[in-house]
Design a protein around this ligand. Structure first.
Ligand code: C2E
Ligand code: CA
Ligand code: CA
Length: 435
């Protein structure tokens, strides 16, 4: 996946931020160097010089306080900005123990910083900061001692949280964390800008009634054409959208577009095809998911039972209680529910009577194994029976051959989807297929 360059450039002498500024970003230095300093009156105390791979500005971002230092580029410098919202979200999602430790570190750091300034201003005698300090040391010496203590603390924090080193020579753990952060931040920015730049679109794969080969519905499948014109498939970016949390925003966009298409079909056809929308497990972490989906359906004006949401087993496995409650509420909106990719994962039959599914989608792996494997055939046959007994209809996925259609018909499978009928197509092409 081609990732855009989201770097911010600073000329030599340009401020990244000044004391008192609102903190909107932390920065990773990609190239160049930055000096961090305190300015009090006409005196300047240089706290550090940072170079490639160093992180700065994170403290004010973490505790949402104004900047307590100046950061100035010493040469042309390239940085990757990490937005405050991104960091806040990650902290919110963190383990409570990690949050508690972070709060403690912030408190101690701020305290040390304040004392350093007071020494610098001559308000606080050096022995209050460093009880063992010689009272005879020169003022430069005093400052150096306090600075050393302060920098040592920063170093220890860096090591403790496995962040890239304040000074050079950090171990591989730190570099790895930095690299992962850079990748995650860049992916986040890529997907966000793709949403803004309208680089996503949906294609619709027909779902047909096997006995009549009539199109009864379609599954919305998302595609990304990047700024270079390259088509990126969902398997390449959905996991990234999930790990960055952007699947929530993308998921709403997909739902809206898919509902709009169904509404368009409903305006043109007496018996319009329904639309099936994939929901990822991550979307269920959004507390407003169900209300927001209902709002989108209402807003677009689609009849709720013309919309089907597809959920995979892994969602149910990871969080059966939350999922159970959410699915019940989703069902109450009047939308239909399908269990997707059935036959992969654990395929617990428990899910089938525990959750209010209308449709079971048999995974492609079973469908394609039918021709070579007698057992797969038996499994498909039993699954269809069981689904019907439980009041669900069945869609067989990934149908590619006439043989598969014949076998599925013998097993009384209701519906099918696959390249044998059509791949995912544009709205216009889909409408042509209906004629
Ligand atoms: P899925 O939900 O199982 O979607 C069906 C996938 O199988 C689609 O791939 C489709 O193009 C492909 N397919 C359909 N018929 C055949 C066939 O006969 N043979 C073969 N070999 N493949 C077939 P696609 O579009 O690449 O999507 C892959 C997966 O990405 C989807 O699997 C789904 O898990 C995810 N995905 C796609 N669109 C969305 C979306 O809008 N939201 C979310 N959350 N996930 C999506
Ligand atoms: Ca699906
Ligand atoms: Ca599937």
């Amino acid at each position: 996946m081609a990732l855009k360059d989201f770097s911010t450039y600073f000329d030599a002498g340009e401020f990244l931020f000044k004391e008192g500024d609102r903190a909107d970003f932390a920065y990773i230095i990609e190239s160049g160097s930055v000096e961090i300093s305190h300015q009090i009156g006409d005196r300047k105390l240089v706290l550090s010089k940072l170079g490639e791979g160093d992180v700065l500005g994170e403290m004010a971002v973490v505790d949402k306080q104004p900047r307590t230092a100046n950061a100035i580029a010493l040469e042309p410098t390239r940085t990757l900005e990490i937005p405050i919202d991104y960091i806040s979200e990650k902290i919110q999602d963190a383990d409570p123990t990690v949050r508690m430790i972070l709060r403690l570190i912030m408190y101690r750091y701020r305290d040390a910083d304040a004392r350093l300034r007071q020494v610098f201003d001559g308000i606080l005698p050096i022995d209050e900061v460093l009880p063992n300090a010689e009272s005879t040391i020169s003022s430069t010496g005093e400052l150096k001692s306090v600075m050393a203590q302060f920098l040592d603390m920063q170093q220890r924090i860096s090591t403790a949280v496995n962040m890239p080193a304040y000074q050079r020579g950090d171990g591989p753990g730190g570099e790895q964390t930095l690299l992962s952060t850079k990748i995650l931040v860049t992916q986040d920015k890529s997907i966000k800008s793709a949403l803004q730049d309208e680089e996503f679109h949906l294609c619709f794969q027909p779902i047909v009634e096997l006995t009549s080969e009539k199109i009864v519905g379609c599954e919305a499948l998302v595609r990304w054409t990047d700024s270079a014109g390259k088509m990126i498939m969902p398997t390449q970016f959905i996991p990234r959208a999930e790990s960055t949390g952007l699947i929530v925003e993308l998921g709403y966009w997909i739902t809206r577009k898919a509902c709009e298409f169904q509404f368009k079909l409903a305006c043109q056809y007496k018996d319009p095809p329904f639309v099936s929308i994939n929901l990822s497990g991550k979307q269920f972490e959004d507390k407003n998911l169900i209300n927001s989906l209902a709002d989108i359906m209402d807003d677009v004006g689609v009849v709720h039972d013309q919309v089907k949401f597809e959920i995979t087993e892994s969602l149910l496995m990871d969080n059966p209680e939350i999922a159970g409650d959410a699915l019940k509420r989703l069902k109450e909106t009047g939308a239909k529910l399908a269990i997707d990719d059935f036959g992969t994962g654990y395929s617990s039959f428990n899910y089938l009577h525990q959750f209010p599914f209308d449709t079971l989608k048999i995974d492609r792996s079973f469908v394609s194994a039918m021709s070579s494997n007698v057992k797969s055939n038996e499994i498909v046959k039993s699954l269809v029976h069981l689904s019907h007994d439980l009041g669900m209809d069945v869609v067989a996925e990934g149908i590619e051959t006439n043989f598969e259609v014949d076998m599925l018909l013998q097993h009384h499978t209701d519906y099918g989807q696959g390249f044998y009928f059509s791949k995912g197509v544009t709205e216009e092409e889909f409408i042509k297929l209906l004629k």
